[in-house]
Design a protein around this ligand. Structure first.
Ligand SMILES: [Fe+2]
Length: 413
């Protein structure tokens, strides 16, 4: 997101212990990237492999496990952590005792146009002790967004992207032979098993292959005045990007599309797609899938045609938190829980036609709790929560897996 600081100034304990230790070992060995079991997908479509981890279900966060504690798999997530700022939020996230944390990008702010700066920013990131201590104690996966890919709103044309790919993989502990080091992007996926169910986390790379964004020059040139006006009026303010309808405009690139289709065909009950920019939101004028309407429609159609059930998006980038959803013709609603602002906060209202919650303009992180509805029943509850720096949930939404399964054979006319 193209906000700069100047403008901003203006304007499951016991039961989970083995699991956490196992996952942490994997995490320290390489961001959960080294194989636990044979990859489910191999060959040229694999790109970055899907693997299976088999954690036991966790107990309620922060509470001692006992025989009466219901099983649960807790995924926490967040984005946008500036390495030069204090990061007290890691304490609250740690106290939530997630089974997995997903870093959704802008995990540091490199904002680099030269090699020395890029290397220096990654060194600064590795020296942020609260964040690194959290990484040592909590299993995690990571994807990048623009600022840790390289610079504000960058895409395929970023000149240092190959170096950035290696620095990312070094910082996140990817082994020397990791596919993430040599693929056309750092996309990755992993399946976790909990209480006999399969939870897949898919992390597409939205930067490495992304076509340059289309800008409305009049909006960009009057940006400072717009910020001031929005600050004074409290009225929503759009960003300066407009949709690019051209067939050749892409976010993922064709190889990654083939990989993603293969991932959506991997057996799983729940699929969390970690998208570094918002998927469901429309009308913000900032970076989001809606800026590439053909790509967004292609993913919606791919979810429908693969029959992938239980898809929920987790997203970042916006410097605030909110819940959005988009209705799908011939399919089930696609929910998108945006958590952005591990340190960064944007307090000017932004349009979003698909917003389903209040906007949380404060430091935040997100949680998805996945748990059986009733013992012996097939259904699962997905509880989305957006939490503040003290771990207090400010927005929540309960979804049932049974409501995330509908696929019509044919779309309605
Ligand atoms: Fe971003």
């Amino acid at each position: 997101m193209p906000h700069d600081d100047d403008v901003l100034k203006a304007g499951a304990a016991g039961a989970a212990r083995l699991t956490r230790r196992r996952l942490l070992a994997r995490s320290l060995a390489g961001s959960l990237a080294a194989p636990i079991a044979a990859p489910l997908v191999s060959g040229p479509l694999a790109g970055c492999a899907t693997e299976v981890a088999r954690p036991q279900a966790s107990a309620s966060a922060g509470a001692p496990a006992d025989a009466t504690t219901p099983p649960r798999f807790r995924v926490a997530f967040g984005s946008c952590a500036k390495q030069s700022k204090p990061q007290p939020i890691w304490r609250a996230i740690g106290e939530a005792r997630p089974d997995l944390f997903v870093f959704l990008g802008d995990n540091l702010y490199a904002d680099a146009r030269d090699e020395a700066t890029l290397r220096q920013r990654y060194a600064e990131f590795m020296a942020v002790e609260p964040l690194q201590a959290f990484r040592r104690s909590t299993p995690h996966l990571a994807i990048w967004d623009d600022h840790d890919f390289g610079d504000d709103d960058e895409g395929a044309d970023y000149p240092l992207k190959q170096l950035s790919q290696q620095l990312f993989c070094d910082a996140w502990g990817e082994p020397a032979d990791s596919p993430r080091r040599r693929a056309d992007g750092i996309y990755t996926s992993q399946v976790f098993e909990a209480f006999g169910r399969r939870i897949q986390v898919i992390l597409p790379d939205l930067r490495f292959n992304r076509t340059m964004l289309t800008t409305d020059p009049s909006l960009k040139s009057s940006y400072a005045a717009m910020v001031l006006r929005a600050k004074l009026s409290g009225q929503p303010m759009t960003g300066w990007y407009v949709p690019d309808p051209r067939p050749e405009a892409t976010i993922l690139g064709e190889a990654q599309w083939q990989w993603l289709e293969a991932q959506l065909r991997v057996p799983a009950d729940v699929r969390l797609i970690g998208s570094s920019v918002q998927f469901a939101a429309e009308g913000s004028g900032w970076e989001c899938w809606a800026n590439f309407p053909r790509e967004r429609a292609r993913l919606i159609e791919l979810i429908r045609t693969t029959g992938a059930q239980g898809v929920v998006f987790l997203s970042g980038d916006m410097h605030y938190a909110e819940l959005s959803s988009v209705e799908v013709d011939g399919g089930y609603p696609l929910w998108d829980a945006t958590s952005s602002g591990l340190t960064e906060v944007w307090d000017i209202p932004t349009p979003n036609r698909n917003r389903r919650s209040a906007v949380m303009a404060e430091v935040n992180f997100g949680i998805v709790d996945i748990e059986p509805v009733t013992e012996g029943e097939d259904d699962l509850r997905l509880r989305l929560a957006l939490c503040d720096v003290n771990g207090k949930a400010k927005a929540t939404k309960d979804l049932l897996l049974s409501d995330l399964r509908r696929h019509a054979k044919e779309k309605t006319a």
